[in-house]
Design a binder for this molecule. Structure first.
Ligand code: IFG
Length: 524
């Protein structure tokens, strides 16, 4: 190259690009943040951008690595993560814990974006992780691609102050009706994490299958896990696989809550061990979809030895503070026997250092105040009875939150006993006004269950879960003040390109104005 070419090249290289003006207010974040102020410019993430963190802040490095690894495939950047004692003064991205910001709670965060730096701070590590999901949504949708994409990678400038409205924001996956392997469960966890959900409730046992290895009762999985709805081969998680799922969820700051449904929904256990049956005889394995026909023998001591062994082994591999014992649809159990049973099981759960969750049917029994009741019925009596016992409620009303309900009458998957749930019906309600007598202080949060009688593959799961899940995420995270379906559906419509890059098999509802994300070509 001659002198003038070298000179031109040098000028080009050193002249920093004028930042593209971008309006943070026009971003389509879901769940909607608590507070957002736009400053009209942008931060350009380039190959030279580094992520800075304070040397002594334990755990922040893992989150910085998560962010660097996340952007690498689409950008091609090997983003350097560097510890420093002054993270905020550097040009680039800074992640750090602010131990004085107790008001932000476990999951709150502050994000400050200027032309020179992106500063993400939180009171706890979970808050940093939730803030990373916001950074993810501020980058163009093609950031989700696993293939190299064109830049630029600009984030609109401004400040976001964000904390969740409810502490319990969950989704349930029924792996009993149809079994789903570890990789499907991890995919489900990835998708929950993208929308700031923090609970994964695994429905591990039911009439059609027992899905978690219990070493002291090996036949539960050997025999009870050997089939599923429709007669397929079923399956189960070894304890090592369950531990792997729990660890994977923990890295996304998601807590796993295992459910062993009892005394009803227990045909798989009853088929595996004759002694658990009142008449000492085992029924055959069940591959249909009826409910309410099975019950453990609530008056036999062996039943409580069985439950004690199961809860002991499950508690030992469950770091979360809750174990879910089901308790729903125990139509084959006499009411007085059911009440005695739940009272005794609650003691067993506490004896193993855990707190109990049950479907709100358990409110017939005498509940400890640290028990949670999961509201699901069409009628609210069981939930109101729980509130009377000062027990907090997980809101999962079937007519709004059951993701196994069909979207409409032509939906190829799901049931409709609780009605059809299109995206507007899934979104347009609020936890604290849904039932008279259940107000905000009685509610711990929201959970959207996916029952799998009609669901066999991860594609089926994604079709029923997406995009309804985003509405539940917003119901659990965002303030309900100025909420409207007409405003939300536009933000949802802008997720189309992102869903496609994430490879989500989502339901493209006719109610939503789906929009391709306009790619701003870089003006050289
Ligand atoms: N109700 C049953 C589930 C499942 C569901 C399907 C609860 C708590 C109907 N119990 O929901 O096992 O069969 O929509």
């Amino acid at each position: 190259m001659n002198f003038s070419q070298v000179l031109l090249l040098t000028i080009a290289l050193v002249s920093c690009k004028t930042p593209t003006p971008k309006d943070l207010l026009k971003e389509n974040l879901i769940p909607k943040p608590t507070k957002l102020v736009a400053t009209g410019s942008s931060f350009d993430w380039t190959a030279r951008t580094k992520i800075y963190l304070s040397a002594e802040q334990e755990g922040v490095k893992a989150i910085a690595d998560y962010l660097a690894d996340f952007v690498a495939p689409a950008t091609g950047f090997q983003t350097e993560v560097r510890t420093t004692n002054k993270p905020v003064s550097k040009r680039g991205i800074a992640l750090f814990l602010n131990k004085d910001s107790t008001a932000w709670g476990d999951e709150g965060y502050h994000l400050n974006i200027t032309e020179k730096r992106v500063v993400l701070e939180a009171y706890q590590l979970a808050g940093l992780f939730r803030g990373i999901q916001t950074i993810r949504q501020l980058l163009p949708a093609r950031i989700e691609s696993k293939e190299l994409q064109n830049g630029p990678w600009e984030l609109a400038s401004g400040t976001i102050e964000d904390t969740p409205n409810y502490e319990y924001r969950g989704a349930m996956l029924d792996v009993a009706r149809h079994f789903f392997d570890v990789s499907d469960v991890k995919r489900y966890i990835d998708l929950l994490a993208a929308y700031k959900m923090n609970i994964l409730h695994l429905h591990l046992a039911d009439d059609q299958g027992w899905r978690i290895e219990i070493k002291s009762w090996p036949n539960l999985t050997k025999y009870g896990g050997s089939t599923q709805v429709g007669g397929g081969k079923g399956g189960f998680f070894t304890q090592a696989q369950y531990i792997d799922i729990v660890k994977y969820a923990q890295e996304c700051f998601i807590t796993v809550i295992p459910e062993i449904d009892m005394p009803g929904h227990t045909n798989a256990a009853l088929a595996s061990y004759a002694e658990l049956n009142a008449n000492g005889k085992s029924p055959s394995l069940y591959t249909g979809t009826r409910v309410g026909f099975s019950t453990l023998a609530t008056d036999k001591e062996i039943t409580y030895k069985f439950i004690d062994d199961v809860i002991r082994e499950l508690a030992a591999i469950t770091p979360g503070e809750y174990i879910h014992i089901g308790g729903d649809e125990s139509h084959a159990t006499k009411k007085k026997d059911y009440i005695k049973f739940i009272n005794r099981v609650q003691k067993i759960v506490h004896a193993h250092g855990k707190k109990m969750i049950g479907w709100a049917d358990i409110s017939a029994a005498k509940l400890k105040e640290n028990t949670l009741a999961q509201f699901w019925h069409l009628k609210s009596k069981t939930a109101l009875d729980a509130v009377k016992q000062n027990v907090k409620i997980i809101m999962s009303p079937a007519p709004r939150a059951y993701m196994d309900m069909q979207y409409d009458s032509i939906c190829p998957l799901g049931l409709h006993w609780a009605g059809y749930i299109e995206l507007d019906k899934a979104y347009d309600w609020s936890l604290e006004t849904f039932v008279d007598g259940i107000s905000k202080e009685n509610i711990v949060g929201i959970e959207a269950p996916l029952w799998t009688e009609t669901v066999e593959t991860i594609d089926d799961i994604e079709y029923l879960v997406f995009p309804r899940l985003l509405g539940y995420a917003e119901l659990g995270w965002s303030s309900q003040a100025d909420k409207s379906w007409d405003e939300y559906k536009v933000r949802l419509g802008m997720q189309k390109t992102r869903f496609e890059y994430m490879g989500i098999n989502y339901y493209s509802s006719p109610l939503v104005p789906w929009e391709e994300e306009v790619v701003m070509q870089k003006v050289e």
